[in-house]
Design a protein around this ligand. Structure first.
Ligand SMILES: [Ca+2]
Ligand SMILES: [Ca+2]
Ligand SMILES: [Ca+2]
Length: 244
């Protein structure tokens, strides 16, 4: 309110204007309220001030003007900090893994799903993981049979064949030739059996061996031993002496 110049009557300031304190004397003492600008004393009405137009509101991302004020908002993937001005990344992964089926990787303003290991590929939907068929892709090559499993694939051998330590070759490993095939025995001390595709132990004692006295055939090799009254000095060169 302000006092009329002609008398002691109090008059109301124009819309969105007010006086600072009491006992003021003229219309010039009416100033615009916070959030409005104008000059009531010069006949310019108080109108909304667009705080966003000069960046006065201090928003780091988005500013929304309102009548009498303004407020800050954030881009998708961010949320307003407690200071109501700055925006901080929203960690989608901390909330139900961002709907990712396997792995969730938080990024500024967004997030991405990923898959475990090398046995899965991210589906086009961006959320779920599809198993890779390594048998069809040829990333796992098996001697006999390849069986796809979730996250990987395994090799199996035909009946009677044994999977070797490399998890892909089968003992009795065979290769295709023009109109025929040839088999190999990969394990040390084994040799192709007369059937042409299975492997059998080599009896070194019936062939070449370096034992001086007694040769004992074992799977994959042989061992030397001595006649009674002798002891073994060296595995490859047994030498003994007669006991008294
Ligand atoms: Ca405003
Ligand atoms: Ca994020
Ligand atoms: Ca697989």
């Amino acid at each position: 309110m302000y006092r009329s110049p002609q008398d002691s009557q109090c008059l109301r300031c124009p819309a969105r204007a007010t006086t600072n304190g009491t006992a003021k004397g003229s219309l010039k003492d009416c100033a615009c309220e916070l959030g409005y600008h104008g000059d009531p004393g010069a006949g310019v009405a108080c109108a909304d001030f667009n705080e966003c137009s000069i960046g006065e509101f201090g928003c780091t991302q988005r500013c929304v003007n309102t009548v009498g004020s303004a407020y800050c908002t954030c881009n998708p993937g961010f949320r307003l900090s407690v200071d109501k001005k700055t925006c901080e990344d929203f960690d989608e992964c901390s909330y139900t893994k961002g709907r990712c089926q396997q792995l969730c990787v938080n990024t500024p303003g967004s997030y991405a799903c990923a898959c475990n290991g090398t046995g899965y590929v991210l589906n086009r939907n961006g959320y779920t993981c599809d198993d890779i068929n390594e048998c069809e892709a040829g990333t796992i090559v098996c001697d006999h049979r390849c069986v796809n499993t979730l996250g990987t694939a395994i090799c199996l051998c035909h009946r009677g064949y044994k999977l070797l330590e490399d998890k892909s070759l089968c003992e009795g490993h065979c290769e295709n030739l023009m109109g025929s095939y040839r088999c190999h025995c990969s394990a040390l001390g084994t040799v192709l059996a007369p059937d042409g595709h299975s492997c059998q132990d080599v009896d070194e004692c019936n062939r070449t061996h370096t034992c001086q006295q007694v040769c004992i055939n074992v799977p994959g090799g042989y061992e030397c031993a001595c006649h009674p009254g002798f002891f073994l000095q060296n595995a490859n060169l047994p030498r003994g002496h007669l006991q008294d």
